[in-house]
Design a protein around this ligand. Structure first.
Ligand code: B12
Length: 212
């Protein structure tokens, strides 16, 4: 694992210019993109979350740190997409209603695209009906739902119920994720799969479609 001290500090302090410079430096030094992502970008966001939870950081600061992380992600995204792309399946993805968190969802989206899936990203604050409409319109193989708030997790069950009501539940696999979501919650709401991170999400998606 490389040393990401300066990048970590830049993300926590939301120094976008420095964070982008440090990401570029790591790339120029030949650091593995996965290492930069896991240890240089995601891990400082965990620290940001911990500081927020303990009252040492507030929403505007958290937002600026998220922005810094996203700017850095924009630099590494093309490298993920350079990987060998074969069509693997169509995935509709979005963050459920009432929830504006999209960094994790974007990462899952990016990694799946890098692995050869076709992604239809609906963005954030998506209602159950809008998900169902898109699944119907695109004939998606997988519907991937993200939630970062315990208060928005019920939106996942509502979406699965709406798929059922529309007669689409048997036609699409549903995969869920996000920090408060768990394997057991996935079981409770009748989702087909859960993954704790973007890398596992790709593996799970392949499994769901019988590709691995
Ligand atoms: C950044 C952030 C924000 C930013 C979001 C910016 C953005 N564009 O996303 C802003 C400032 C807007 C924000 C707002 C709020 N936030 Co906030 N936020 C965070 C923070 C610090 C980081 C989240 C993040 O991006 N993590 C990095 C990514 C990479 O991780 P991830 O999202 O977990 O995603 C990974 C996995 O979960 C998984 N995954 C994610 N989605 C999916 C989907 C599928 C299908 C799969 C398979 C996998 C998967 O793969 C991802 C990559 O490995 C977290 C703390 C934390 N450490 O989680 C709090 C946190 C989520 N926020 C929290 C709260 C309370 C709020 C607010 C209510 C604060 C407020 N009082 O206003 C608002 C709500 C706004 C809203 N309606 O959504 C709480 C939630 C508590 C709870 N359990 O409900 C947290 C946990 C902070 C805390 N410790 O209290 N937030």
């Amino acid at each position: 694992m490389s040393n990401f001290e300066a990048l970590t500090e830049a993300i926590i302090k939301a120094d976008i210019k420095k964070a982008v410079e440090e990401t570029q430096k790591s790339l120029d030094a030949g650091t593995e993109v996965q290492d930069i992502l896991d240890n240089g970008l995601i891990s400082p966001m965990d620290e940001v979350g911990a500081r927020f939870a303990s009252g040492k950081m507030f929403v505007p600061q958290m937002l600026r740190s998220a922005k810094a992380m996203q700017e850095c992600m924009a630099l590494i995204k093309p490298l993920f997409l350079e990987q060998d792309i074969n069509f693997k399946g169509k995935v509709v993805i979005g963050t459920v209603k009432g929830d504006l968190h999209d960094i994790g969802k974007n990462l899952v989206s990016m990694m799946m695209e890098g692995a050869g899936f076709t992604l239809i990203d609906l963005g954030v604050d998506i209602s159950a009906d809008a998900f169902v409409e898109k699944v119907k319109e695109t004939g998606a193989d997988i519907l991937a739902l993200s939630a970062l708030l315990s208060t928005t997790m019920p939106g996942m069950k509502e979406t699965i119920d709406a798929l059922q009501a529309a007669g689409l539940r048997e036609k699409v696999k549903v995969m869920i994720g996000g920090a408060p979501v768990s394997e057991s919650f996935a079981g409770q709401i009748g989702a087909d799969s859960y993954a704790p991170d973007a890398g596992t999400a790709v593996m799970e998606a392949k499994k769901l479609l019988g590709l691995s």
